[in-house]
Design a protein. Structure first.
Length: 303
């Protein structure tokens, strides 16, 4: 809806007639797991003059329809709740039960060659088990040209304690350099009333990013006033085992001032750690059931 309104604003509605119908009826696609949000989505877009194609289904555990797209913008659900099993999809290179990593693989699958994507991912997706494997594939098949570390509280009040990022990539060319913009360190926590998120939070990032949507604009570290903008060569990322969360350089002074993090943030971090531990135990249990590793308890009993 926002992209359509942006287009109308910049063209002042003066588009060629032969483009109006394709724009409204054959441009916007999506998929939603739950019936009610899908109905709300369709209604909202219809009220704004669009005729979208919003399918009902599971994007991860359902085989792709075969459609490919020029642009994908998505904010996958946070957390690790779900089927907790690896999808049976031949088009996923890495087999993992991590929902966030599977969404990244799904986006790579449905992009056209030359297509571009912007995907919101939580911090724990960047350092999770098999994250390095997925990002290795991503950097080989796509140009992962930009990572934006979002301010704490960006998704308040819906998910107030979740630390998030946006990864930008273009399919069809290998990654040579990854530029990272840190919009989080030493930035006051976003709140709903006192410190709401505003466009000003991203003004400098937009300037650093440049006009090319594929991230190919000429970029310079000095464009950032507070040293928030740096580049990392692919060989540096390879040395870090493709763990994107390690691309940090600013010291967050708020961590040294003796103040505790927001309660919501502490709770979210604790839940993430517990869910991660539960997934590890479930994986271990499956390995035991399949006979892939010896049961240490049984072995001890036999001894």
């Amino acid at each position: 809806m926002c992209s359509y309104e942006w287009l109308i604003e910049h063209t002042k509605g003066a588009m060629p007639r032969n483009l109006v119908k394709p724009l409204k009826s054959h441009t916007y696609f999506g998929q939603e797991l739950v019936e009610r949000p899908r109905r709300l989505t369709l209604m909202n877009l219809y009220l704004h003059g669009l005729e979208p194609h919003i399918a009902l289904g599971d994007s991860i555990y359902t085989i792709s329809s075969g459609q490919h797209f020029d642009v994908v913008m998505t904010n996958p659900p946070f957390g690790t709740r779900g089927a907790n099993q690896a999808p049976a999809r031949d088009d996923f290179t890495i087999s993992t039960s991590n929902k966030q990593l599977n969404f990244i693989q799904h986006v790579m699958t449905i992009l056209k060659p030359g297509g571009r994507a912007a995907v919101v991912v939580p911090d724990n997706c960047l350092f999770a088990d098999q994250a390095g494997e997925v990002f290795k594939i991503l950097t080989e098949d796509c140009s992962l040209h930009t990572v934006l570390r979002l301010p704490n509280g960006t998704f308040v009040p819906y998910s107030p304690g979740t630390k998030t990022n946006v990864i930008f990539f273009t399919k069809g060319c290998k990654t040579e350099t990854v530029w990272v913009y840190d919009a989080r360190s030493n930035v006051p926590h976003i709140t709903k009333k006192d410190r709401p998120l505003t466009p000003q939070h991203f003004a400098e990032f937009e300037k650093c990013y440049g006009a090319d949507p594929h991230g190919r604009a000429k970029r310079r570290p000095i464009d950032s006033k507070e040293d928030r903008w740096r580049s990392f060569r692919i060989d540096e990322i390879r040395e870090r085992d493709y763990k994107i969360d390690t691309l940090k350089w600013l010291k967050d002074e708020s961590l040294d001032d003796g103040e505790l993090a927001e309660p919501e943030e502490l709770v979210t971090d604790a839940i993430a750690e517990l869910e991660s531990a539960l997934l590890d135990l479930q994986t271990l249990n499956r390995l035991l059931e399949n006979g892939n590793i010896e049961n240490p308890v049984r072995r001890l009993g036999e001894a």
